[in-house]
Design a protein around this ligand. Structure first.
Ligand code: MG
Ligand code: MG
Length: 256
């Protein structure tokens, strides 16, 4: 069942979303040569605490991993697609890209957003990977309108990514979000006609999160059972926003 949110609930989700935005904006500003992904984690945790929010990822359990995720952030560097773990040993260097994905729970409601940031100068293909992935998210956001269907979102991402020679990750997808971090429906970045294709209605909130590989689409999960990398070692990009369906069109909750 897809849970639709009242205007009052959307206002709470807005507050959670803006906190996530502020955190990601601060972390983006920190990313440079010599910074570790642990530095990002420490800053994020402090900002959440100061705001009276709960880190949504810390302690999050999935049966697939069989453990609780230990951190506030997923920091996914270069060939890591998603769910990378912050580490004091991971020093960012020029040419790297780091996806920072985070979520909070504030007054009972969740916000979830991700951005991929270059460290210093990155090569032209990597610049294009970031640009196309972010564009695919922006184009998908435009589809978040009452009367459209889920496949309008999925197909928009898929088309833009494929037209530009990159590949779509299939093992991980976006999701509904609200008083739980992951709600129905799943929001794949590709069309699979076997999946349901619900019509979008006012009050639905979707976390849209294209995960795009420079090379082939296949991923594998490392021995820690969380970190997902591209099988071929190619770089991967990830951007995410939470978007509400409103009578005025798409409302991106995770940016001002
Ligand atoms: Mg998400
Ligand atoms: Mg996320």
């Amino acid at each position: 069942m897809i849970i639709r949110k009242s205007p009052a609930e959307l206002e709470k989700m807005r507050k959670a979303g803006l906190l996530v935005f502020q955190i990601l904006n601060t972390l983006k500003g920190m990313v440079k040569e010599g910074v570790t992904t642990w530095d990002l984690e420490v800053t994020a945790e402090k900002m959440m605490k100061d705001a009276g929010a709960r880190p949504a990822f810390k302690g999050y359990y999935t049966p697939a991993a069989g453990t609780r995720f230990p951190y506030c952030l997923c920091t996914s560097v270069n060939d890591v697609v998603v769910h990378g773990m912050p580490s004091a040993k991971q020093v960012l260097k020029p040419g790297d890209i780091v996806s920072i994905d985070t979520g909070v729970q504030l007054s009972g409601y969740y916000g979830d957003s991700a951005v991929t940031v270059p460290v210093g100068e990155v090569n032209e293909q990597v610049r294009k990977l970031l640009k196309i992935t972010e564009e695919s998210l922006e184009m998908a956001i435009e589809q978040v309108r009452a009367g459209n269907r889920l496949f309008d979102i999925s197909g928009t991402v898929e088309r833009h990514v494929k037209e530009n020679g990159f590949s779509i990750v299939r093992e991980f997808v976006g999701h509904g979000i609200g008083a739980s971090m992951h709600e129905e429906p799943q929001v794949p970045n590709y069309i699979d006609r076997r999946n349901e294709n619900p019509r979008l209605k006012e009050g639905m909130v979707l976390a849209i999160e294209p995960m795009v590989n420079a090379g082939r689409s296949e991923t594998k999960v490392l021995g820690d059972r969380w970190t997902a990398v591209t099988k071929d070692g190619s770089y991967a990009a990830h951007f995410e926003h939470c978007v509400a369906v409103t009578s005025n069109g798409p409302w991106v909750l995770t940016r001002p």
